[in-house]
Design a binder for this molecule. Structure first.
Ligand code: TXA
Ligand code: MG
Length: 321
């Protein structure tokens, strides 16, 4: 049920239940990160086929010390610069963090979200909150309370914070001794980070990390085919297609046009991406044809999400994924 009652939501969290809540990126599906049974309910609700590491959300920078034993100046430099904000740092975990949260990894993803409702929920609950995006596994991430309601209608409490500001998930980085390594692109770019901390020489992503959904090739997917310009099957009937537009080219040949941005603004495009995909999933069209956007700044994160949304439709043997 969609609600504005943060006190009730924090009672649910303290009682081991689930609450969906807004962040500045996408809505999260939260549970007490230190309560294994509560965290298990997240996987059940999302129908995640495998256990993948969850991001733990905090409301106070000092809580890093509760969750992580890693000692590195890079951590506080980045936390002070980018938190609250869309940056997740993967750090060596402390014993207090249940293995279910980290999928058995010895690292934990931590972030402090830049959203007043999220921060109040965490502080009122009195515990860090583990939360993946509040969608069914592999589906489009929610940027409005209504998107959560549609995919997870059985939830007792979905805190309403309107449309999320950024609209695309946080940048996930691993902190190594020699600097940071990007595990998932997001709003904060490599160049933003490199102003404060060196880029690590490590380029490999280990197997378990690869198994996590942010790094899967197919993800964020609507129920109807998504094709990206340059990779459109020849037999497409454009009169049945929706155009997810960045450049506004040949708009008349499509049945529906939904703009990521009318002014080729990448930040605006990121904020509109999942909202537009949700809308087109419901709309009267058979396919979604998306523009490519420039791979500059947050454009990388947008193309990453679009490629994953379209991946299964380019590979017929993956149709049932
Ligand atoms: O913006 C966001 O990050 C949103 C909001 C709700 O905070 N959350 C989110 O969570 O996108 P989720 O579960 O959909 O994606 C979390 C990603 C995983 O795909 C995984 O790649 C990475 O974070 N991750 C988390 N913990 C990790 C760890 N210990 N090692 C490697 N990757 C990790
Ligand atoms: Mg997700």
């Amino acid at each position: 049920m969609i609600s504005n009652d943060i006190n009730k939501a924090s009672e649910i969290i303290r009682g081991g239940g689930l609450v969906a809540f807004p962040t500045e990126t996408v809505y999260g599906l939260g549970a007490n990160a230190l309560d294994c049974n509560a965290v298990a309910k997240i996987f059940e609700a999302k129908e995640r086929p495998t256990f993948d590491p969850l991001i733990v959300h905090i409301s106070d920078i000092n809580d890093i010390a509760l969750l992580s034993t890693q000692k590195s100046d890079f951590i506080s430099i980045l936390a002070k610069k980018f938190w609250p904000g869309p940056l997740t740092m993967v750090l060596e975990k402390s014993d207090i963090v249940p293995d279910l949260v980290t999928s058995g990894l010895n690292t934990v993803g931590v972030r402090m979200p830049d959203n007043a409702i999220a921060l109040e929920l965490i502080s009122t609950s009195g515990c860090p909150i583990a939360a993946p995006s509040a969608n069914k596994f592999g589906r489009i991430s929610p940027t409005k309370a209504e998107h959560v309601q549609k995919q997870l209608p059985f939830l007792e409490c979905i805190l309403d914070g309107g449309s999320t500001k950024i609209g695309i998930e946080s940048t996930v980085i691993r902190i190594h001794d020699d600097g940071f390594q990007i595990l998932r692109n997001g709003f904060i770019t490599e160049a933003d980070l490199a102003e404060f901390v060196p880029k690590s020489n490590k380029t490999d992503v280990n197997e378990v990390e690869l198994a996590s959904p942010g790094l899967l090739k197919s993800h964020y997917s609507p129920e109807k085919p998504v094709y990206i310009k340059g990779n459109i099957p020849v037999e497409i009937d454009y009169s049945k297609a929706a155009y997810l537009s960045f450049y506004g080219e040949d708009i008349h040949k499509y049945k529906i046009v939904e703009y990521l941005s009318k002014t080729q603004n990448l930040t605006e495009a990121a904020a509109n991406l999942f909202t537009a995909l949700h809308k087109l999933e419901e709309a009267d069209c058979e396919y979604i044809i998306a523009d490519t956007v420039p791979l500059i700044g947050i454009g990388k994160a947008i193309m990453d999400r679009l490629s994953k949304a379209s991946y299964r439709f380019l590979n017929s043997n993956l149709k049932s994924v």
